[in-house]
Design a protein around this ligand. Structure first.
Ligand code: WQD
Length: 337
């Protein structure tokens, strides 16, 4: 039973390939290597004892996608991570995002709709909620007008999948991630941000390693307990495990609807200053940071209501914020050491 993981050498993709192989699935990891490294295949092998099948594939090339699915008729499911994901970059270069995040989805679905049955897991994001009205955020919270082209591609992606599933044999699960952080406990794989990290945790670990002079905390005038913005930071391995649970749900035909949606978070919100103090505690490192103005497009607060994932998927995040930060720190020290 072959499972295709697009973006399979990326941050969340590679951790999901590990969990799939640990559970006996045969994986084909496809990636265009635009934001990942081929060495990740070896890291996955060192963790699982099994080298995943890897195929370099440019999903923006429709005929290449068609050829791939002609070669691999026995695909039982697709977990689709491959996408551009930097909010700021998407504002600067929207067409890059609409081409890379939407065209590729359409080409994948065009292949899957031709199959007897097709199981599709889509990497979505809590960003579709914008600034949700109520905390914690449930799956039926309003999907608000996207704050960025990146967020819009996730909303459009969900709508495309929903429309297509209605009239094809495709069954889908949309997974709305909150903030994925950390690295595999073996430190054999982890996050490899290209250039200056956009996200908080890799910027913290690079600052602690001396690669960055100091962390800028974007705003301390938010209406929160300590004035800094709140997010739900979930360990990437917990997130990866949720994908295997969701895939099994579709393979075992346990899904109640053609398209199901789940929030994947810990259910706990942490402010930027709380993340910094947790990091200082686990790393025994005084972090150099300064408070600056708010970042354009940031929301105040987002953390997940995890009841549906807990009760329907039977999945719950296990790692604490400190454990997640400790794994990120171990990884940073390993790759820079
Ligand atoms: C977290 C908090 C920042 C950097 C985005 C996407 C989301 C997902 C994760 C792809 C915020 C603050 C950050 C820094 C800071 N992306 N911060 N200094 O913006 O919540 O979510 O990334 O899957 O879809 O929307 O994550 O890590 O960028 O920011 O103070 O140098 O840390 O203001 O409050 P975000 P983030």
């Amino acid at each position: 039973m072959k499972i295709v993981v697009t973006g399979g050498l990326g941050f969340i993709g590679s951790h999901t390939v590990v969990e799939l192989q640990n559970q006996g699935f045969e994986v084909i990891a496809v990636d265009n290597l635009s934001n990942s490294s081929i060495e990740v295949v070896d890291g996955i092998e060192r963790i699982t004892g099994k080298k995943p099948i890897f195929e370099k594939l440019e999903l923006r090339d429709k005929s290449a996608v068609q050829d791939f699915f002609k070669q691999h008729q026995d695909i039982a499911g697709v977990i689709h991570f491959a996408a551009s994901k930097a909010v700021g970059e998407s504002v600067e270069n929207p067409l890059l995002y609409y081409e890379n995040n939407i065209n590729t989805l359409v080409y994948l679905l065009q292949e899957l709709q031709q199959k007897e049955t097709a199981n599709f897991i889509f990497s979505s994001s809590c960003t579709v909620y914008g600034q949700a009205e109520n905390m914690p955020i449930t799956e039926n919270a309003a999907v608000q007008t996207a704050m960025s082209p990146y967020g819009n591609t996730k909303q459009i992606g969900e709508e495309i999948i929903t429309d297509v599933a209605k009239v094809t044999n495709i069954n889908a699960i949309l997974l709305r991630y909150f903030n994925p952080i950390g690295a595999h406990p073996t430190a054999e794989i982890g996050e490899l941000p290209l250039g200056v990290p956009q996200n908080l945790v890799p910027f913290i670990t690079q600052t602690a390693m001396g690669l960055r002079e100091k962390l800028s905390v974007f705003g301390s005038d938010y209406p929160t307990q300590d004035g800094t913005a709140i997010r739900d930071y979930i360990h990437v391995v917990d997130l990866a495990k949720a994908h295997v649970v969701a895939l099994k749900r579709l393979l075992d035909k346990k899904n109640l609807d053609k398209v199901e949606t789940f929030n994947l978070g810990t259910g706990t919100g942490s402010s930027v200053l709380e993340v910094i103090s947790a990091f200082e505690k686990i790393s025994d490192n005084k972090l150099n940071y300064q408070i600056v103005g708010r970042r354009e497009g940031d929301i105040v607060e987002a953390y997940a209501n995890t009841d549906k994932a807990n009760e329907v998927l039977g999945w719950k995040a296990q790692s604490t914020l400190e454990e997640s930060l400790a794994s990120a720190w171990k990884w940073e020290q390993k790759i820079r050491g």
